[in-house]
Unconditional design. Structure first.
Lengths: 142, 83
């Protein structure tokens, strides 16, 4: 049987617009039967905190900051899933692993796996991230 | 297949993804494809313009057979035979 292609996504951003884009890209990879490793770095780790992840009021936009309300409302009108729902669905459909950078967690006062949403698989060091990018067929930095 | 052949096709599963946007129709097609057997036909209803190109390309890449698309009023139907 042919081995699945691998995607490595380095998710630095914790902004609601880039997280949503990451969720859409992740869905495409899953539809394509790719195995995906996501390494969540600095700002991204904050967004994955349990008390922040599903609260759009606690996440900013990376661009067009003043259009956040319009952006969120438009996604709702279009029945587009939230970034977190995209990630949860992807995990339920394919081999998707979410790794939180240990340093990033500490920066945001979250150093235990339990501090993050339950889709996070583990807390890792940067070496694993570099190895995964070397071994992947596609790598993205968001 | 001709438009007439497509409209008279007997489908094994139909997924209504109207009212949703990319990537929902694509994921709906992927899920539904997992629920039918090789040689069976899936119909996907969508009104998302990007999906019109996306699903046929995905289907061909996944070794399914893209049979064609039928335009309806305000939406379209995509037909795929599972490989």
């Amino acid at each position: 049987m042919e081995e699945n292609k691998k995607m490595c996504m380095v998710l630095f951003s914790g902004s609601i617009d880039k997280l949503t884009a990451a969720g859409v890209l992740l869905s495409g990879a899953v539809a394509d039967d790719m195995d995906v490793d996501i390494y969540v770095l600095l700002q991204g780790a904050r967004a994955f905190r349990k008390d922040i992840a599903d609260d759009p009021d606690k996440l900013n936009m990376a661009e067009n900051i003043d259009l956040k309300e319009e952006f969120v409302k438009s996604l709702q009108n279009l029945k587009v899933k939230t970034w977190l729902e995209f990630f949860k669905e992807a995990k339920s459909l394919a081999n998707v692993k979410i790794h939180i950078c240990g340093l990033a967690g500490k920066v945001w006062g979250a150093d235990k796996l339990d501090d993050f949403v339950d889709i996070a698989d583990d807390i890792v060091g940067i070496g694993e991230c570099i190895t995964a990018t070397q071994e992947s067929d596609v790598h993205l930095f968001i | 297949m001709t438009q007439e052949e497509l409209t008279t096709l007997e489908v094994n599963k139909s997924v209504d993804a109207r009212g949703t946007s990319c990537p929902r129709p694509l994921l709906a097609a992927k899920k539904a494809m997992g629920e039918i057997n090789s040689g069976e036909i899936l119909e996907v209803l969508s009104a998302d313009e990007g999906t019109k190109k996306d699903i046929p390309k995905w289907a061909t890449k996944k070794k399914h057979e893209y049979l064609g698309t039928v335009e309806e009023s305000g939406f379209f139907k995509i037909y795929i035979k599972k490989g």
